[in-house]
Design a protein around this ligand. Structure first.
Ligand SMILES: *[C@@H]1O[C@H](CO)[C@@H](O)[C@H](O)[C@H]1NC(C)=O
Ligand SMILES: *[C@@H]1O[C@H](CO)[C@@H](O)[C@H](O)[C@H]1NC(C)=O
Ligand SMILES: *[C@@H]1O[C@H](CO)[C@@H](O)[C@H](O)[C@H]1NC(C)=O
Ligand SMILES: *[C@@H]1O[C@H](CO)[C@@H](O)[C@H](O)[C@H]1NC(C)=O
Ligand SMILES: *[C@@H]1O[C@H](CO)[C@@H](O)[C@H](O)[C@H]1NC(C)=O
Ligand SMILES: *[C@@H]1O[C@H](CO)[C@@H](O)[C@H](O)[C@H]1NC(C)=O
Ligand SMILES: *[C@@H]1O[C@H](CO)[C@@H](O)[C@H](O)[C@H]1NC(C)=O
Length: 491
């Protein structure tokens, strides 16, 4: 887990010249995820239904990351890419990348009639890993929905991203869902992420849920979860969605500084970068509570396995839920090794508190409850059920992890599995509700209008997760920390 430092200088935003894009067809896209260990084939759902009923599967790669099948070029070349809300670029390995470095399917530029190779260097640094090459523009499709002239990275070299795990479905590229500002702030022009292109077609939000494979048995939907562009699936959460605002950042000064808290939360004219929401604390069902002094930024990142928080907070959480067998802090890897029997602890939970305001903490914050059993990751085997060495999915953020001048609170996929999330690009807000699938074979999606709820409805939060705790198979080597882009502002 080596995280490169965040280098920040004074930033300027390049003025945008918009190329012409066409997007087809004008309808919602559902992209199911599936988990690789038990479902080795993509379970495609039929896409014939009403215009608001199109879904594609996502692939849950051993609970370490979630993949989406994306096609690039004409005729289409297919890639299983990491679904990543913590970055905003799309890239694929190409035939220019040696097989040793890019061992899976490689995009052959010569075989795409719609590709334009641009004379611009592509270079990206993630929390862990990097990729480089040149930029191109080509048709990118998910299911039958395509964006033409989508800017993509044509990668000829990469490190610590492809082939980092020993088995299962492999990530073969990154599919970024972060704000366009993450690209423009780095000086990359006209680089609008796929999801944001879809806004032109009234697909102004997308929703995501992440599951594990053991929940698929009787469900009509797929194993790994789904991303749905332009819709929400009411059969996958309980209660109503509660909305929290997305926090923008001041990038005009020396630091990338989130516009959050009593003072900075009122600042205007910031840039949206990450899917960052207001947080105000964390607690456990076992007598640990940490309330922040002010509202702080929590980054929602589907591309990172772990959840990162200030060290003292993580220590408090780990100690409060620990068994007789005391947790051990592994200094080298900066993680806590914990008693594997905690995999059976569905009674206790860790609670993350979000505020519905950028400036004020709430008396009744939105509470994300994650059972302790969901936060245990096996170290000595891929199978949690038989592991004898385990780590805790919440770890101390290193100073070098920092995404901004504020302390890092990053909610990764182990935590995000507990919630159904709606990423609203048009209104810059995120809707959340406890993930809670209830089978309904006849109706599993509908239009936004019918389902997007009023954010200000104060709802009783469902503490009781119906999620089955299953043996998420996450090997040591398979913990992915790459999921957020390291923002390097350029002059
Ligand atoms: C994506 O992953 C699925 C599930 O493992 C697999 O069936 C499919 O062939 C993969 N697609 C590509 C393009 O690698
Ligand atoms: C979708 O296809 C299935 C099977 O082909 C069919 O039974 C169903 O009526 C179709 N649904 C719609 C809305 O066309
Ligand atoms: C692709 O085209 C270029 C230029 O025409 C050529 O040099 C290269 O060998 C081709 N690559 C493949 C894999 O065919
Ligand atoms: C890969 O792309 C980078 C950036 O465009 C370039 O500097 C480098 O020479 C390329 N390497 C190869 C092997 O093509
Ligand atoms: C508010 O923003 C300023 C300027 O970017 C920064 O120096 C300061 O640390 C921020 N304050 C808080 C509480 O985040
Ligand atoms: C909770 O923690 C406080 C302070 O450490 C302690 O006094 C109290 O006994 C604890 N309560 C329980 C139920 O463990
Ligand atoms: C499933 O969906 C159908 C159609 O929307 C609805 O009539 C039915 O009540 C639902 N069943 C359950 C168990 O929610």
């Amino acid at each position: 887990m080596y995280i490169n430092p965040l280098l920040v200088t004074t930033g300027i935003l390049a003025s945008m010249v918009m190329p012409v894009y066409t997007i087809t067809p004008q309808e919602l896209i559902r992209a199911p995820l599936l988990r690789n260990e038990h479902a080795m084939t993509l379970l495609r759902r039929s896409v014939n239904e009403s215009k608001f009923r199109k879904r594609e599967q996502l692939i849950n790669a051993n609970g370490r990351e979630y993949l989406i099948q994306v096609s690039v070029g004409t005729p289409p070349q297919l890639f299983n890419m990491t679904l990543d809300t913590g970055s905003a670029e799309i890239w694929v390995p190409t035939t220019k990348c040696p097989k040793k470095v890019c061992p899976y399917e490689r995009f052959d530029p010569n075989k795409s009639s719609t590709l334009t190779v641009l004379n611009e260097v592509f270079s990206i640094q993630y929390g862990l890993g990097n990729a480089e090459g040149v930029y191109g523009q080509d048709t990118v499709s998910i299911g039958t929905t395509s964006v033409s002239n989508q800017k993509i990275g044509l990668v000829n070299n990469t490190k610590d991203i492809l082939g980092v795990v020993s088995d299962g479905t492999q990530s073969n590229g990154i599919f970024g869902l972060g704000y366009p500002g993450l690209n423009s702030a780095r000086g990359v022009k006209n680089d609008i992420p796929f999801a944001f292109h879809l806004m032109q077609q009234q697909l102004s939000f997308f929703s995501i849920y992440l599951t594990n494979s053991h929940q698929t048995k009787s469900s009509s939907s797929s194993g790994g979860g789904e991303i749905i562009f332009g819709g929400v699936d009411k059969t996958k959460f309980s209660g109503e969605l509660i909305y929290v605002p997305v926090i923008d950042y001041d990038i005009q000064h020396q630091h990338v500084s989130p516009n959050v808290g009593k003072k900075n939360g009122t600042r205007q004219g910031g840039t949206y970068l990450y899917w960052t929401v207001p947080g105000q604390g964390v607690s456990t069902s076992k007598n640990y509570t940490h309330t922040t002094n002010d509202v702080v930024p929590f980054v929602l990142d589907t591309g990172t396995t772990m959840t990162y928080m200030p060290a003292s907070v993580v220590k408090g959480i780990v100690q409060s839920i620990s068994t007789k067998k005391k947790p051990v802090f592994d200094v080298f890897n900066s993680i806590y090794q914990v008693d594997c029997s905690l995999r059976n602890n569905k009674r206790d939970s860790v609670h993350f508190q979000l505020s519905t305001s950028k400036t004020e903490k709430q008396q009744q914050p939105l509470d994300i409850s994650v059972p302790v059993s969901e936060l245990i990751i096996p170290l000595d085997t891929n199978d949690l059920a038989t592991a004898t060495s385990c780590m805790f999915a919440i770890a101390p953020a290193q100073p070098s992890d920092s995404l901004s001048s504020a302390p890092t609170w990053l909610l990764g996929e182990a935590t995000l599995r507990a919630v159904y999330t709606v990423y609203d690009m048009a209104q810059n807000r995120v809707g959340l509700a406890p993930y809670s699938p209830h089978d309904n074979t006849t109706s599993s999606s509908s239009s936004a209008e019918n389902n997007i709820q009023n954010p200000n409805n104060q709802q009783q939060q469902q503490q009781q997760q119906q999620q089955q705790s299953s043996a998420s198979s996450i090997g040591r080597s398979s913990v992915i920390t790459l999921g957020f882009i390291v923002l390097v502002l350029t002059l």
